[in-house]
Design a binder for this molecule. Structure first.
Ligand SMILES: Cc1cc2nc3c(=O)[nH]c(=O)nc-3n(C[C@H](O)[C@H](O)[C@H](O)COP(=O)(O)OP(=O)(O)OC[C@H]3O[C@@H](n4cnc5c(N)ncnc54)[C@H](O)[C@@H]3O)c2cc1C
Length: 423
């Protein structure tokens, strides 16, 4: 571990400790906070609010009874893991005294301060936290609509789409071509497409070695690029090819009927096509009026309160979080910061400037892991920016034992974060 990463860990521990004070509310009615979205951001925020002060009445609105986690879902696609290992329920969260409102929030009245669910139930709030994750921008990539996703899975929200892509890989004959199209920034999980390419390449190498995987990329650079490229040339020579934007990687349209991906430079007709399309904040953000024209949600970097609607906070993938990537760890870190700020705002106090952390592992093979870590704070521009000198990535030159150790740490990371959020 480099010195900067040790600094990161110290800062992270200090930041977490500072972010969870206990607040005493003035006498009067218990403040009500509604959190929409029970993923890494929303579920974490609901719990942190209860920890900040058990007097806050917290309602967590979630569409599904079971949450299926995206981190490690690439290992399901690569045949290394069962989908059940990705699934979590809300029982422990309910046991914390949080009301779970099962349903889809489909309207927000920012004036009356209410959220309405699809079944008509109306929930009043003093503060609302929106944590809806992402939606696909259907149609932004010509030819890619909801029907096309049944043939060309995105698998960018975990669950049925993950299993569909897995089944397509299993059904493919040895010698088949797999194409992954990766979108332009910003999108959920910047290293995700490249981890996916790696674990599909691992599956092909061990089970269908005459096959090949190509990544068609709308970018010329990506997260942990040097580490990925180095590992690919070591582990998957001739089996995994990355085509950047400047070499014709940008997919401009697709045709699901013929399983064709079109770029400025040509056409690809693979046996399996994984189209990772452009994305935006989950739909409720738009409905609530907190998403801007980019499709994402501008927020105050101290409180995560929307810049477009008062008393509505946005966290996780849906938020514009400056230098912070759209990751589960970032979502969890933002959730704790936001919960502390909301608890303070409910008492009339002024939240202080936070430090937030992110760490993200990627598997390149079951025993080969790499990571990136960062620390962030509000900057003069009002956006979250890197704390100078903090964070870092795995060393480029490292013995194989370091990669093996990071693969073990990746598993531990998943157990820890899902334990904290759902356990
Ligand atoms: C393949 C892949 C691999 C990844 N790997 C990693 C990794 O290794 N490490 C990492 O840190 N991150 C990883 N990520 C990113 C991570 O999954 C996301 O950043 C994280 O899930 C964001 O959390 P969130 O709470 O914002 O959204 P989500 O976790 O998607 O949660 C959103 C929740 O809101 C609910 N919801 C949405 N709208 C409504 C509504 N209107 N009413 C009720 N409920 C609603 C949804 O049902 C969902 O449960 C990966 C992502 C992918 C796709």
């Amino acid at each position: 571990m480099t010195t900067s990463r040790r600094e990161f860990l110290k800062l992270g521990a200090a930041a977490s400790a500072a972010l969870l004070p206990r607040f005493a509310f003035a006498q009067g009615a218990a403040p009500r906070v509604v959190v929409v979205g029970g993923g890494f951001a929303g579920a974490s925020c609901a719990r942190a609010l209860r920890q900040a002060d058990p007097k806050i009445t917290v309602t967590l609105v979630e569409a599904n009874a079971t949450f299926t986690a995206c981190p490690f879902s690439n290992a399901v696609i690569g045949g290394l893991r069962a989908i059940e290992a990705q699934q979590f329920t809300y029982e422990r969260i309910a046991a914390d005294g949080i009301t779970i409102a099962r349903g889809i929030a489909n309207a927000v009245d920012a004036q009356a301060r209410t959220v309405t669910l699809a079944d008509g139930v109306r929930l009043p709030y003093d503060r609302l936290v929106l944590a809806p994750g992402i939606d696909i921008r259907w149609g932004a990539l010509p030819g890619y609509d909801e029907a096309a996703a049944a043939t060309l899975p995105h698998a960018w929200r975990a669950g049925e789409q993950t299993l569909l892509l897995r089944r397509q890989l299993e059904a493919m004959d040895d010698g088949g071509l797999v194409v992954i199209s990766a979108p332009a920034n910003p999108f959920r999980c910047p290293p995700g497409p490249y981890e996916r390419a790696s674990l599909i390449a691992y599956y092909l190498k061990t089970r269908k070695p005459k096959s090949k995987v190509i990544v068609l990329d709308a970018k010329d650079a990506f997260s942990k690029q040097r580490l990925f490229l180095q590992a690919w040339s070591e582990l998957y020579p001739g089996l995994l090819e990355w085509v950047p934007l400047s070499k014709g990687g940008n997919v401009t349209s697709v045709d699901a009927a013929t399983r064709t991906l079109v770029t400025d430079f040509g056409r690809h007709q693979p046996k399996v096509a994984n189209v990772i399309p452009p994305q935006k904040a989950g739909r409720i953000a738009d409905v609530a009026g907190v998403a801007d024209r980019s499709g994402w949600c501008p927020i105050d970097a101290v409180t995560f309160e929307s810049k477009l609607q008062p008393r509505i906070h946005v966290i996780g993938d849906a938020a514009i979080a400056g230098a912070m990537p759209k990751s589960a760890f970032a979502a969890n870190s933002q959730a704790k910061t936001c919960a502390a700020a909301v608890a303070m705002l409910l008492t009339g106090a002024v939240p202080s400037s936070p430090k937030l952390i992110n760490t993200c592992y990627s598997l390149i093979a079951p025993d080969y892991g790499i990571s990136v870590a960062g620390v962030y704070q509000p900057s003069a521009s009002g956006l979250l920016a890197d704390v100078p000198g903090s964070g870092g990535v795995s060393p480029v030159e490292a013995p194989r034992a370091v990669r093996t150790a990071e693969a073990v740490l990746a598993e531990a990371w998943f157990r820890t974060i899902t334990g904290e959020v759902f356990g």
